[in-house]
Design a protein around this ligand. Sequence first.
Ligand code: GLC
Ligand code: GLC
Length: 640
Amino acid sequence: MSGRQIAGALDVAVASLDDAARTRYDAGVADAGDDLREAIALVYGDAAAPGVVDELLALAALTLAERKPALQAVDARRAGDPQWFQHTRMIGYVAYADRFAGDLNGVGRHIDYLAELGVSYLHLMPLLQPRDGENDGGYAVADYAAVDPRLGTMDDLASLADELRAKDISLCVDLVVNHTAREHGWAQKAMAGDEHYRRFYFTFPDHTGPAEYERTLREVFPEWAPGNFSWVPTMDAWVWTTFNTFQWDLDYSNPDVLVAMTSALLHLANQGVEIFRLDAVPFMWKELGTSCENLPQAHQLLRAMRAVARIAAPGVIFKAEAIVAPDDLVQYLGTGDPSRRECDIAYNNQLMVMLWSSIATRDARLMATSLARMTPKPDTTSWVTYVRCHDDIGWAVSDVDAAAVGWNGPAHRSFLSDFYSGAFAGSFGRGELFQVNPATNDSRISGSAASLIGIEAALDGDAADPVALARAIDRLVTAYAVAFSLGGIPLVYMGDEIGLRNDRAFADDLTHANDNRWLHRPAMDWVAAARRSDPGSLEGRLFGRFRSLAASRHRLAPLDDSTPTYVIDPEVVDPSGAVFCYRRGGSGFLALCNFAAEERVVDLRAVGERPFTLDEHTDGVTLDSGQVTLPPSAFAWLVD
Ligand code: GLC
Ligand code: GLC
């Protein structure tokens, strides 16, 4: 059904609202209507805009009409506290429903585990109906209106959202906006010759068009999906496929695509999803002669979707998944103008990369330089801070930042791949290279945090080494201590809290065999997790410290993300440049993280006027006459 065919639908939808819903609708339109109109006009032009806006408003009205009272209550609560996601109680956990607990009902049976960790936000990895066989970990969706039957049903999802909400945990779910599976109904109809749906995708009769675009595009999966286009014999056409050949990019220059995807989003919002992880957003708009990433129209599309959600389901927030350069990334958080919102939160990929870089180099200068250079985010938005996720780590170290500390960008990036793949002599990294691209000399890394950070190496059979294990545990906790306090919502990637190592058997599942990101997507080991209360076990040593980080974070007001973060020049803190230091909320909170393999002593007079006391810290940290002694790989949180 296209927009043009349903003119008048807005009047019908609005007329169907009862008085209370009508009041909410009017308030939403007063809040976000202009924002929506402006964004749509910028993308589709003044002539087409009113029709598209009406269709989106009709969707919003229908969503409001069906929004259940419990979710209206969430909307009201969020309206009273719009910065709720910046509070110190926010701690996320990221898991595949099946790997964590079998299915959605299973997840419901493990809510206590999440509560024990202090979690208030649960991101369940893609859970909508994927294509059969290889599906890029669920990022190839065949039906946005159905849950993967192996995980449960849409009703199970709604019940799980209810259960989580009852424990004050917000559910985060992926919406794969950039592409559908080749098996999705839209693509199937396009293949069957339906012109309406053919216009949902980018098709080219021969390779001339693709070749022109390719000149300025990068390759996301050069090893197994070279190029960005795939020949589809049944359509006699090349189709745009940025990722795998079975993931077809959607053509948002067709407003029907925006309407259809927004409809999918609103449907999920009414099941109780509170946070949408919008996948691969930089790729949403293409323009010949550009990288086809981060284009202005992609931002306007997000702004339009955000405006519709503000009307239809005002309690929800958007999270951008944009693994791009820092200056491009911050744009997804919008301008800070509350009447023109875009995404509320976004992955701080730069921090994640810099943590791993500092761990390998035992040096905090590159991290401090690159983080201090990031364009500040708008105050009302937040980063999502993480150590590990389900994807590979790409070495997003700019040549300029590397040069600022006297390093060579390409050499440093290849060192990091060598270090974490274990090729570098003496390295504790036990990862694997991902997507080696001989043309650009680029390579990325797969592996779980525990395996990359030395826990696996320290436990290796004959070489088992308790001192190395203690160090590796400290490194992991210190990395998480940064994620828990630098600013933003910290995410715990499932298994890190108990030190789950690489899943070396990942290739036994043939649909995963050629994608070593499955190395770091192990099944939850509940037998190991049961040892979490044994303080002598690896699991107990880690879990106890994660809990302690969470408890301190909950308590420490300066960690609310309305307070700014100031990164301090490491050479001011310690001449070796190995101590990463930052303040939050004026000088009410100070963090010190020692990346060196030796002890470091920091004189607090160098970093702040106020007297500080030790709060959260690694065992062995001492504070004496204004001097903090940090053992190797230790961290300390100091408060007024
Ligand atoms: C995202 C996901 C990644 C996936 C890609 C394509 O960035 O995080 O796992 O391969 O998008 O959907
Ligand atoms: C690239 C893409 C990102 C994707 C990832 C998958 O970094 O920019 O969107 O998730 O590759 O490995």
